[in-house]
Ligand binder design. Structure first.
Ligand SMILES: *Cc1c(COP(=O)(O)O)cnc(C)c1O
Length: 450
């Protein structure tokens, strides 16, 4: 169908996520993607764009990857989907084995779902039920300690666990209460030294553990960097310090690696960089290489065992989604992880991370760039109106969107987080394309802010 008719139908019938629909309806040049190849997307007007945010942080090796395409086609000749409730299937079994092999030691059980939000809700429900059933039971351990500016998804439970003020302002009345520790990003000492920054960041967490430790079911957080909150990096040593507190007070650690997992920060999982093993681990986004919606919550044997009992004991984990363990999705994930395990993949990510660092950090000198924050191939460039007074661009000025509009003109599709320009290229991007992305980002910032 031609662009004009599609565009009209879109505006008549669709409601896009995180989108002010009035502006969308007025936009005369909405992008309608028709195909993708490698790290490029093509639209119905025949334009070509670099996929600058990995189709929202999930694409790994690009589009139309022969190995993943083949795996899905092969699976399609057998079956697309059957239920995991009361039955099992080969791709789901083999993927579970693979995930346990790749994950930090101790995580031995895989519970599937379809999105990062669900993987997080499942982890929280598991932790909550765990303390009711562990021997001896500790039913008073029912509080969650979370980090401000954290993001764990958009369903009610995952928003409750998150710490983004805007969402809490709107949906506050629907959410359950959690304890919140200040985001490390909010300590000015982050500009002084890692030691001082770490000390300042851990202090409040220690106080909260002292006061509420016996009531805490779990700490629920993103490791190393808070993504959707604005690419807010944590000091080195923070995750390890939180793990130690969890151990001292008998609290479970739930890590949300939906964004950071599968190589994004340079290691298979971000928590490896701090030598930390969580009790529950949430993964999604990169898992299928950006092909299909599969998510998983991994648990330790210790957590799993608290759910064992007779049928009548009511210790079952009463949770499950229709498309859990979907064969096509699991087949795609297996092919994606197979490519990741090939020699040189993580090394390539490391090299490209260094390249990002080398070319982006000089941007700090720009009069409207407040900060460049990177962890591996995941980063943000924060723009400010006035660098001296730290005055931000007002929300309604849409500075982030303006930069992305400039990038679109130059052949790159991106999506900002407020005044933060997000850098999340597909992990498998070539160095040439990465150089192009960096160049377009710099030029677009210049064009939008001058
Ligand atoms: C994207 C994201 C989620 C939510 O995942 P969905 O698949 O969009 O529900 C959760 N946690 C983190 C850290 C994320 O980046």
């Amino acid at each position: 169908m031609n662009y004009k008719r599609l565009s009209k139908k879109d505006k008549q019938h669709l409601w896009h996520p995180f989108t002010q629909q009035r502006e969308w309806e007025m936009d005369k040049d909405i992008t309608i993607i028709t195909r993708g190849k490698g790290t490029y997307l093509y639209d119905s007007k025949g334009r070509k764009y670099l996929d600058g945010v990995s189709s929202l942080w999930c694409n790994v090796h690009g589009h139309q990857v022969p190995e993943i395409d083949r795996a899905i086609q092969k699976q399609l000749q057998k079956i697309a989907h059957s239920t995991m409730l009361g039955a099992s299937n080969e791709p789901a079994i083999l993927l579970a084995e693979k995930l346990v092999q790749l994950a930090p030691k101790g995580l031995t059980r895989v519970f599937y779902s379809d999105s990062g939000s669900e993987a997080n809700e499942i982890a929280a429900k598991m932790a909550f039920q765990y303390w009711k059933q562990v021997k001896p039971a500790r039913p008073k351990k029912n509080l969650f300690l979370t980090v401000r500016e954290g993001y764990h998804g958009d369903t009610i439970g995952s928003v409750s666990l998150g710490g983004i003020e805007l969402f809490h302002a709107i949906f506050g009345g629907m959410l359950f209460k959690t304890l919140k520790v200040k985001s490390p990003h909010d300590y000015p000492s982050r500009r002084v030294s890692n030691d001082q920054w770490l000390k300042d960041s851990v202090k409040e967490a220690e106080a909260l553990f002292r006061k509420y430790g016996s009531r805490l079911a779990a700490v629920h957080m993103e490791p190393l960097i808070e993504g959707a909150g604005g690419m807010l990096a944590h000091p080195w040593g923070y995750l390890k310090a939180i793990r130690r507190l969890c151990d001292r007070y008998g609290v479970l650690l739930i890590l949300d690696e939906v964004a950071t997992g599968f190589g994004r920060t340079g290691t298979m999982f971000a928590c490896e960089q701090e030598g930390v093993r969580p009790d529950l681990l949430c993964v999604a986004k990169n898992l299928t290489g950006g092909y299909l919606p599969v998510a998983a919550t991994l648990a330790t044997e210790k957590v799993y065992r608290a759910f064992l009992g007779t049928f009548g004991s009511l210790r079952t984990f009463y949770h499950g989604h229709t498309f859990t363990g979907n064969q096509l999705g699991c087949a795609a994930a297996l092919a994606n992880l197979g490519l990741m395990e090939k020699r040189g993949f993580l090394e390539g990510v490391e090299e490209k991370s260094l390249m990002l660092q080398e070319f982006l950090e000089p941007l700090v000198a720009h009069p409207h760039v407040a900060d460049v924050r990177l962890r591996g191939m995941m980063g943000g460039i924060e723009l400010v109106k006035n660098k001296k007074t730290n005055e931000p661009y007002p929300y309604e000025k849409k500075m982030g969107y303006r930069v992305c509009a400039e990038a679109k003109k130059r052949g790159v599709l991106m999506r900002p987080l407020g005044n933060v320009i997000v850098l999340m290229p597909p992990l498998g991007i070539s160095k040439k394309d990465l150089a192009f992305l960096i160049e377009v980002v710099s030029k677009s910032i210049e064009a939008a802010t001058s």
